[in-house]
Design a protein around this ligand. Structure first.
Ligand code: ACO
Ligand code: ZN
Length: 284
């Protein structure tokens, strides 16, 4: 089934120019009025500064020296990197990023209050600079143990597996923190699709790698997923069965089926996270 981008909301910004691309915003974003009332918005693809004319953007480009997002490069595997950016240290960049993200997110996200968040920016090196492909934000201290607050793949790069990469990466951070993580609710339709797909594959992979007597807690430990998300994946895989006689839930594993789930997923997602490429210590 094909999900289409939601119909454009009443926003006066019709076109967003980003690098060599033109995109139509899906939702309204709280850009300052002098920008949000114009038809076209121009963004610098390096520092994410917003401008209201192509002329200003071209002049900006000549002097913009940014070759990668600000902050620490915490992951590199070939041409893919992830940078960790602290909202408190880089408020302007993070605000610009949230304003950009809000154009594709229906949920309320705070675009100006960025201090409590860390931002994980996925980039691709093109020979000259590290271009942003997508990102997720994460609260420095989450009372609910959310490991992702907002996640976005830039629309021009969607459906190439980068969302899955970002999700997998968020669980790698949870693993390093020795925590169980889950994304902040509510999830968007596209968010739910992406997460369900990842959870199914991750749980299938884990079941295949484990010995016979395995519990939901064992799977949660191995995946850094919260038990509720493990259960929803087990249900989606039709693994969770109710034993009428014993009146208990049992895991009924069809290895062949799980193997196919994993194989199909791997074929569709060649861009995998390499845990050994992470250089990171949890935020304290
Ligand atoms: N129609 C149908 N399926 C889709 C679509 C679509 N338009 N887009 C993605 N999918 C499916 C893919 O088929 C894939 O499933 P598969 O693993 O079974 O093949 C899965 O979703 C993930 O696809 P990716 O290519 O890895 O994801 P992508 O790079 O497109 O990013 C994301 C997914 C981040 C959700 C993206 O759609 C996005 O940025 N959307 C707008 C912002 C948003 O809604 N973010 C989530 C909000 S919830 C939160 O932030 C906690
Ligand atoms: Zn710039």
């Amino acid at each position: 089934s094909q999900l289409h981008a939601p119909p454009p909301q009443p926003t006066s910004i019709r076109n967003v120019y980003f690098g060599n691309y033109r995109v139509k915003p899906w939702y309204t974003s709280p850009y300052p009025e002098e920008y949000s009332c114009s038809r076209n918005l121009y963004l610098c693809e390096s520092c994410l500064k917003y401008m209201n004319s192509d002329y200003v953007l071209q002049r900006h480009r000549m002097k913009c020296a940014w070759r990668h997002p600000p902050g620490d490069e915490i992951y590199r595997d070939q041409n893919i990197s992830v940078f960790e950016v602290d909202g408190q240290r880089q408020p302007i960049y993070c605000q610009n990023l949230c304003l950009l993200a809000k154009m594709f997110l229906q949920s309320k996200i705070l675009c100006y209050d960025v201090e409590p968040f860390l931002f994980y920016i996925m980039t691709e090196y093109d020979g000259a600079s590290c271009k942003i492909l997508g990102y997720f934000s994460k609260e420095k201290r989450s009372a609910s143990n959310y490991n992702v607050s907002c996640i976005l793949t830039l629309p021009i790069y969607q459906r190439r597996g980068y969302g899955a990469f970002l999700i997998e990466f968020s669980y790698l951070l949870s693993k390093a923190e020795r925590k169980f993580g889950s994304p902040e609710k509510p999830l968007s339709d596209l968010g739910l699709l992406s997460y369900r797909s990842y959870w199914r594959k991750r749980v299938a992979e884990t079941l295949l790698s484990m010995r016979s007597s395995v519990s939901i807690e064992n799977i949660a430990q191995a995946t850094s997923m919260v038990c509720d998300d493990v259960i929803s994946a087990l249900e989606a895989l039709s693994v969770l069965k109710y034993d009428m006689k014993k009146k208990i839930y049992v895991l009924h594993v069809d290895k062949m089926k799980l193997y196919h789930v994993c194989k199909k997923w791997d074929e569709k997602h060649p861009q995998r996270v390499k845990p050994t490429s992470l250089r990171w210590t949890p935020y304290i």
